[in-house]
Ligand binder design. Structure first.
Ligand SMILES: Nc1nc2c(ncn2[C@@H]2O[C@H](COP(=O)(O)OP(=O)(O)O)[C@@H](O)[C@H]2O)c(=O)[nH]1
Ligand SMILES: [Mg+2]
Length: 459
């Protein structure tokens, strides 16, 4: 492989700021520092320096920090220049560095180099992006924990358990005389049980961690005038959607993100479902439907005052007779029924979790029952109040964990049903590979490109 080149980027946010940071990483750093500063600063010591142009004139002055390889963020030679945070002055310094032979860094390239040089594993690299993008304090705290390696450590612990079991069974394959002992060994049974318990608890924690990051995608649907846009506004605490009593007001999809005690909820308000000759409205309805297929949950709003004389007593049959659109909701997407406008029928705000689908009775106008809907959303997401020790994780991690867990359950089955040692060992090996995908010991270039491509430049 060709030796890495030296990359440079403005690492601070774009725009005007008190301080602007330029970062450099690669083997050419000492030469570039000499040219730019006239001197190589002492390692890991802040040095006040002038940043020079080709003629030795000052472009700026600020602090220079030099981190010799391998004790740096990327594991390479690193120089950080902290100058004034104006767009022009930062550009001038950056341009001079490019002139001297540095190359503009791609998004996430510093972090990618840190990963490739073994400074952090892949889930830690992802945690850096998650920390920067965190939408709530809880998500930020969880991302820091992942960055510090809490999640990786739990994955590594599972891997160690898999390896210990493999060693034991492979010994039994090599020394067939001991087979009988192995199967009856209470230690092996105990280890398998322990492994499955640990998988379950890590998956539970990872699920919470991915909720913190990705949240719940909720689509509000229903007939025109049921109060969908009013509900969006109430949940968001703002007048985001236009509310009128003219049916068919909402046509475009309206998106809004709210935060329920750390759980991000991505809400989409949609055009009311009905048959229409209006082309624009019809397109809105088509988009509403397609949005629903991707939702984690559809809130189907029923106007309790119009659709049903007595919403409280409505049976499932009444409901589907009066709301034929209900049958058209995409299958496989969980639905909650929201009976709105209870203020008009003198109803009481409440929630019925045990019905299928569950029902919430509220008034989007008065706000009565909105707290019940919020609690309902947290419940259906399986979200608990963020506890200490939570870490952030991604869908990709959950999938890999699920695959590894299923393989280890298979393995145990193969062992207890037919004493198939080879199958057992092979399934455990595959489970181990699945876990390695999380930390990045096995990862395709495509995956790396996707992960680091979503970073900001300079990170
Ligand atoms: N009394 C009452 N009126 C409501 C309630 N929610 C919405 N409305 C009214 O119903 C009409 C339609 O509301 P809107 O939110 O635009 O419905 P959408 O077409 O489903 O988006 C408006 O006049 C709202 O003020 C409610 O809870 N109680
Ligand atoms: Mg609307």
């Amino acid at each position: 492989m060709a030796p890495p080149d030296t990359i440079a980027a403005i690492a601070s946010a774009s725009g005007r700021g008190a301080v602007g940071v330029i970062r450099l990483s690669g083997p050419e750093v000492p030469r570039l520092a000499m040219a730019m500063l006239g001197d190589l600063p002492a390692p890991r010591t802040a040095k006040l320096a002038r940043f020079l142009d080709a003629n030795g004139q000052s472009l700026d002055q600020g602090l220079a920090l030099y981190f010799p390889a391998p004790a740096s963020f990327t594991g390479e030679e690193v120089l950080e220049l902290q100058g004034h945070g104006g767009t022009q002055v930062l550009d001038l310094v950056l341009r001079r560095l490019l002139e001297l032979g540095a190359r503009m860094a791609r998004p996430g390239e510093f972090t990618e180099r840190a990963f490739l040089n073994g400074k952090i594993d892949l889930s830690q690299a992802e945690a850096i992006a998650d920390l920067i993008d965190a939408g709530s304090a809880a998500a930020a705290k969880a991302a820091v924990r992942s960055l510090q390696g809490d999640f990786s450590a739990r994955v590594q612990a599972l891997k160690a358990q898999l390896i210990a079991l493999r060693i034991q069974v492979e010994a039994a394959i090599d020394f067939p005389d001991e087979e009988i002992d192995f199967l009856a060994d209470p230690e092996v049974i105990r280890r398998i049980t322990q492994l499955h318990n640990d998988f379950d608890s890590l998956m539970l924690a990872a699920h919470q961690g991915s909720l913190l990051r990705d949240g719940l995608h909720v689509v509000i649907a229903g007939k025109p005038n049921a109060g969908k846009s009013s509900l969006l506004n109430k949940l968001a605490g703002d007048e985001i959607a236009i509310v009128t009593d003219t049916p068919g007001t909402t046509r475009d999809l309206l998106r809004q993100q709210i935060n329920l005690d750390g759980l991000p909820i991505h809400i989409v308000d949609t055009a009311g479902l009905r048959t229409t000759v209006d082309q624009v409205e019809a397109e809105g309805i088509r988009r509403a439907r397609s949005e629903m297929t991707q939702a984690d949950r559809v809130l189907y709003i029923v106007d309790a005052s119009a659709s049903l004389a007595n919403a409280q007593a409505a049976s499932a049959d009444d409901l589907s007779r009066l709301n034929p659109e209900l049958a058209l909701l995409p299958s496989g997407v969980p639905v909650s029924l929201v009976f709105n406008k209870i203020d008009l029928v003198g109803g009481r705000a409440r929630v019925e979790e045990s019905l299928t689908p569950p029902r919430v009775y509220l008034s989007a106008r008065s706000g009565e029952g909105i707290d019940l809907l919020r609690a309902h959303l947290k419940l259906v997401a399986g979200f608990k109040e963020p506890e200490a020790g939570l870490f952030v994780s991604r869908r990709r991690h959950l999938e890999a964990l699920r695959r590894a867990r299923d393989l280890s359950v298979n393995a145990a089955g193969a062992l207890s049903n037919c004493g198939a040692f080879e199958l057992f060992a092979e399934d455990l090996r595959l489970a181990q590979c699945a876990l390695s995908e999380i930390t990045g010991e096995f990862s395709s270039d495509d995956l790396l490109g996707e992960i680091f491509g979503n970073f900001c430049i300079g990170k």
